[in-house]
Design a protein around this ligand. Structure first.
Ligand SMILES: [Zn+2]
Length: 185
């Protein structure tokens, strides 16, 4: 369940908490009414390392991999990450604005970071996501939708849907119909 007692900013109690500095306040009176599904893997296509935590903490070592040199200075985050084994990691309180979507537009409205919650799945566009990932994603999504009822099933989108010219995640490997069925269970 969402834990409102910790500080009122909404941390999920079954997540590992790894606070990111890459966050700020949402616009005043903002209604959170969009959930965005992403994928990430660092290095690309490799799973299980410490690098996603490091990236979202601005501590990615640029020298450790050629790709890291390209992205080490980015200031990015997501509210949540679901690892391959289903572990849920939370970087940003849900009430705060995480920096996950970039230039984006949903239903005619730009700057989706303002009004969305971002969930990263550890994976790639082409690698089937794991069963524990679907289980954790569905559980987290259900809890978020209970707490933020403006997030209806129609207001769950992929990063590719809100930034189609720049982004392709979560990619064809993500089984939307399976996920949407699990939301009802
Ligand atoms: Zn993305």
């Amino acid at each position: 369940m969402l834990d409102l007692e910790q500080n009122g900013d909404d941390w999920i109690d079954w997540a590992r908490h790894c606070p990111s500095p890459n966050q700020d306040a949402r616009p005043e009176d903002c209604i959170i009414d969009l959930l965005v599904i992403h994928n990430i893997s660092l290095p690309p296509g490799e799973f299980g390392g410490p690098w996603i935590d490091a990236l979202f903490s601005n501590q990615l070592p640029a020298a450790a991999h050629p790709f890291f040199a390209e992205i080490a200075t980015l200031q990015v985050s997501s509210h949540l990450l679901i690892r391959r084994d289903g572990e849920l990691v939370q970087y940003v309180p849900l009430q705060r604005r995480a920096w996950h979507a970039g230039v984006s537009c949903f239903d005619g409205r730009e700057r989706c970071n303002d009004f969305s919650i971002g969930i990263e799945l550890e994976g790639t566009d082409q690698t089937p996501y794991s069963d524990p990932q679907y289980t954790s994603l569905a559980r987290a999504s259900r809890e978020i939708m209970q707490h933020y009822p403006a997030i209806t099933p129609e207001r769950i989108a992929g990063h590719a849907d809100i930034a189609p010219e720049r982004k392709s995640d979560p990619g064809p490997a993500f089984d939307w119909s399976r996920y949407r069925r699990m939301l009802d269970q």
